[in-house]
Design a protein around this ligand. Structure first.
Ligand code: CMP
Length: 216
């Protein structure tokens, strides 16, 4: 729990309390935790593993809104405004979650202003990211959006060694394309171009970005 930024300011006794009132659950890769538009009764903290949060268009196309990694939390919106889930959640690998009921979540927010402030800060961060995403969709071309998306995944999930960043690849081609807001043909074209310039190298479970070549 010490790695969960939301609980940064809790002492050991308070962390014990959180553990006592919450529920631990491990899910297999590919498990849908909840669907968009369902009623939400639970708040989740990711202890290990990762998930994607996504919505679907009327014609069934997916849009990945965000990835959630260990130490991060989600599912607060429907508890705070009483409206249905704003997105679906699906595990990308074996994932262990801490679950808090709506009541326990509200109790924690009431008892610890630091937790409330952490939730508000997270909501602010998401609004900023969403604004940036809207700007990107409005003002950037598809190629730049793909590049920007790869770089932001590298910043979030990558491990740097010299000029090379290795990024674990838990998303497939479709999901990468949805995140960048391009179709698969544009994604493939950009990836081919980056690979031919030595900027990007795709492996089975990861991809590598070469920062030196990227700058060029
Ligand atoms: P809730 O609406 O209860 O269920 C889906 C959750 O996904 C939501 O709470 C947020 O925690 C999270 N979520 C929704 N939209 C975004 C977004 N644009 N970026 C990151 N997380 C989001």
């Amino acid at each position: 729990l010490k790695k969960v930024s939301l609980f940064d300011n809790l002492n050991d006794e308070q962390l014990e309390h959180v553990l006592r009132i919450s529920h631990r659950r491990t899910l297999k890769p590919g498990t849908i935790l909840f669907h968009e538009k369902e009623m939400g009764l639970t708040f989740y903290v990711v202890l290990s593993g990762s998930l994607k949060l996504f919505t679907k268009s009327n014609s069934g196309e997916e849009k990945v809104l965000s990835l959630v990694n260990a130490g991060e939390s989600f599912g607060e919106l429907s508890l705070l405004d009483g409206r249905p889930r704003s997105a679906s959640a699906q595990t990308l690998e074996t994932t262990t979650l801490l679950e808090l009921s709506s009541e326990q979540f509200m109790e924690l927010m009431q008892a610890h202003f630091d937790i409330t402030r952490g939730i508000l800060a997270e909501l602010c961060r998401r609004l900023r990211t969403t604004n940036e995403h809207v700007n990107d969709l409005t003002f950037l071309d598809g190629r730049t959006r793909v590049l920007k998306n790869l770089i932001s995944l590298a910043n979030k999930n990558g491990k740097r060694s010299g000029n090379i960043i290795s990024i674990p690849m838990s998303l497939n081609y479709d999901e990468l394309a949805q995140m960048a807001g391009v179709n698969k043909a544009v994604l493939s074209e950009v990836i081919r171009e980056l690979e031919s310039r030595g900027v990007l190298q795709f492996g089975i479970n990861e991809y590598k970005l070469n920062l030196l070549k990227l700058r060029g």
